[in-house]
Design a protein around this ligand. Sequence first.
Ligand code: ADP
Ligand code: MG
Length: 263
Amino acid sequence: MANSFAAQLADALEASWPAIARPNQLPPPGGWQIWLLLAGRGFGKTRTLAEWVCQQAASGQAGRIALVAATAADARDVLVEGQSGIMAVSPPWFRPVYEPSKRRLSWPNGAIATTFSAEEPERLRGPQHDAAVCDELGSWSRPETWDMLQFGLRLGRHPRCLVATTPRPTKLIRELLAREGGDVVVTRGSTYENRENLAAGVLRPDHPQIRRHAAGPARAQRRTARGHARRVVEPRDYRCDAPSGCATASENRGRDRSRGNLG
Ligand SMILES: Nc1ncnc2c1ncn2[C@@H]1O[C@H](COP(=O)(O)OP(=O)(O)O)[C@@H](O)[C@H]1O
Ligand SMILES: [Mg+2]
């Protein structure tokens, strides 16, 4: 019995997030208010959000958490009930109860998380939080949702927000990148880093999705040239499907810029 308990404990530790997460999936040190995780599709961004939420709730660091996704369906189907979502990554001994009608998750220690849709900024007028996660910020249709969320992020001594998104040249992402080194810390990652956990063949160059997105940066640069959109994200932030990951801007200078990411 004792052995079996010890074996179970060892298995649990081996499979625990701190043991299996890659360094750029773990919270960076320091007094940041916003952690911006920029990475290609399949990198493990949603998993990182979900694990961080569980850690915040379990440690008591946060007790009123906002979970914001592009749509209400994404919040429910991806962030909460998805394959890498909060319910899937929660250990049996600290599993929240999910009440979809209340858009609420409640943990045994009293911590609560509420889901929000980026399509409904008004719902964030009023509620206050001590932690927030934002999935796929680059796809949000209403940027004012971000402002509402930030106004309400004022509970506790050090409210924090984790944003995970496939890089897109949006005004909001550009603004956050401009704050890098201040209250915003940025980690970058490549889809390739997570290849062992992705279905075989997903990263083959002839995969239809890879080919479809291969023109991403080139298209953005053409839009720039036409004056419809400024190029707002460094090429390194597009190139998250490259085996080298999101390299530094200088490393990218002179490289072929015609490749895109998966997102
Ligand atoms: N460090 C890791 N160890 C094991 N599996 C991981 C790790 N990071 C991500 N995964 C798994 O990889 C898959 C893709 O992750 P996901 O979070 O959905 O990616 P993204 O949101 O970036 O598209 C999921 O099955 C997730 O659980
Ligand atoms: Mg995701």
